[in-house]
Each structure stands twice: as C-alpha cells, then as structure tokens.
Ligand binder design. Sequence first.
Ligand SMILES: [Zn+2]
Length: 348
Amino acid sequence: MASTSKMVSTVIIFMAFLCTKALSQCEEETNNPCNNKSKALPLKIIGIAAILITSIIGVCLPLITRSIPALSPDRNLFVIVKAFASGIILATGFMHVLPDSFDMLRSPCLSDNPWHKFPFTGFLAMLSAIFTLMVDSMATSMYTTKNNAISAEGGESTTGDHEMAVAGGGGTHLHGHHHRPKGPIGAQLLRYRVVAMVMELGIVVHSIVIGLGVGASNDVCTIKPLVAALCFHQMFEGMGLGGCILQAEYKPLKKALMVFFFSMTTPFGIALGIGLAKTYKENSPSALITVGLLNASSAGLLIYMALVDLLAADFMGPKLQGSIKLQLKSFAAVLLGAGGMSVMAKWA
Ligand SMILES: [Zn+2]
C-alpha cells in the first residue's frame, strides 16, 4: 500500500512538473545555469562547420555510388539503395515534419480558438497531398499531350508503340538508360527531376527550423549533444535526398548546386538563429503558426512523394515486379531507412 501511494504521489508531482513546464514555456526565458552566451557562440560556429561537412558527406554517398560498377543503374543494388533513400524520405515526412507541426499548432502557447478546436495540421497536410497529386497529374498529362503531338508529326510507324507507352502511364513506364529517347528527355526522367527539386523544398523548412533552434539557444549543456544529433540527422536525410538526385541524372553543375543548397540549410538556420537571437522566440504565437503551417504542407508533400513517386513507382515498376527476392530485399532497405530516420526523431 505504501508503495502504491508513493507511486501515485510521484506521478502527481511529475504531472504538476509537466504542467508548470508547459506554462512557463511561453514566458520569457527562465534563469538557466547552463546559459552562457560567450561560451555558446564558439560551439555554434563549430556546429555550423560540422553539420555542413556531414550533410555534404550524406548527400554525396548515394551519388558516388555511380562510379562503383556494382551500383550501376541496371544492377539490383541500385534499386535497393533507392529503396533505402525513399524510406528515409517517408520517415522524414511521417516522423519529423508531421509530428513537429502537430506539436506547434497544438501548443499551449497558442490561443484555444481556433487552434485547439480543429486539427489544422492534418487538414493542411491532406490539402497539400491533394495539391501535389494535382500538379503531378496535370504536368504528366501536359507532357504526354505535347509528346503525342511531336510523335504524330514524326510518322505513323511508331504510333502503336507510343500508344502503349502512354497507356502504361508515367509511373509504371520506366525508361531505362539503354533506350532513353534522344530528343526531349523521357517522361520518367523529367518526373524524377521534378521530384528531386520538390523534395528539396519539402525538406528545407524542417532543416532550417532545427538550425534556428540551435542558433537561438545559449544553453551550453544542450548545444553539444544537439549538434551531434543534427550531424547524424542531416547526414541521414542527405542520403535520402542523394538517392533522389541520383535518379534525376542531373549534369554535374546542377548536381553540385542541389548538394550545396541542401547542405547549407541547417548551417544557415543556425546563423539566422544567432542573428535573430534577440527577436526570435521559438514559442511566440507568430513563429509557432508560421512554422507549424509550413511544416504541415511539407509533410503532405513529402508523404505523397515518398509513397507515390518514389516507393510505388519503383515497387510497381517492371524491375521489382519481376523478382520477389529483389522485392523482399528492397522492403528490408525501406524499413532500414525509415527505421533509422525514425530513431533520429528522438533528438530533432
Ligand atoms: Zn528531424
């Protein structure tokens, strides 16, 4: 009996602690013994460099696989690497961006009306997914119409083939590297390029916001472990994005730009946080609403793209449909990527 009442009182004290913590979060920063502005700054600058380097390593890992013969696009290992990358993107949407948005828009620092009366995060994520589908479908149909017109001018001998290709649809008709059309780039390649670009936009908000948190904080006790966690976070996420850039087959300059843009986001967020330390308050209603809404839209976009444009496109494609063994290996890779990124959600 004694132990039960002790347990109950512990729970009550713990809950009271949680409540006071939730309340004090919205107010001005309390006196934290770890706060030390002059000591925090060098740590943040080291953090910027470390995160920049690990991000570059992460994105480049899938890209350098190009030079390894076992990983050429026709090999099975290439499909498995892509599945792993898609898993990471899926987990970024489900495990990082979506829960962040829920936390922000349901924050006790926001007024009850309207924020606590309606699940804005789910609503916006859903709208964003539908919108992505709309753009995806319209862009594809515009592209096929244009291509039909081109092939109609070209002659009648290829008409049958072309109709079959159109019937196959963008998602299932995979243009291998062996027979990519010479004139306009293939529909599938164009799709991969759009996916890589949009994916980068989908990740960008989350990457900047986690950097902002580090930049605006002066807590020397938490900065070090947080920077270490962010290094892994960006490296892993970089591998996911790298997989998308890889299949988009960009020219070297464009590839380098994509790598640079992604690697810059979190360091930029930290720098911004240092610059805005006085004015930026993580828990101010305007910051919560802006970032929460942006995160919700990113989440819908990332989840749609990961499921439809990356995973379903590959798993329903001829290569994976042709081999159950390869399918199982790819599923293992998806789980590994998604699992790894999910573990990161513990920290950032
Ligand atoms: Zn995250």
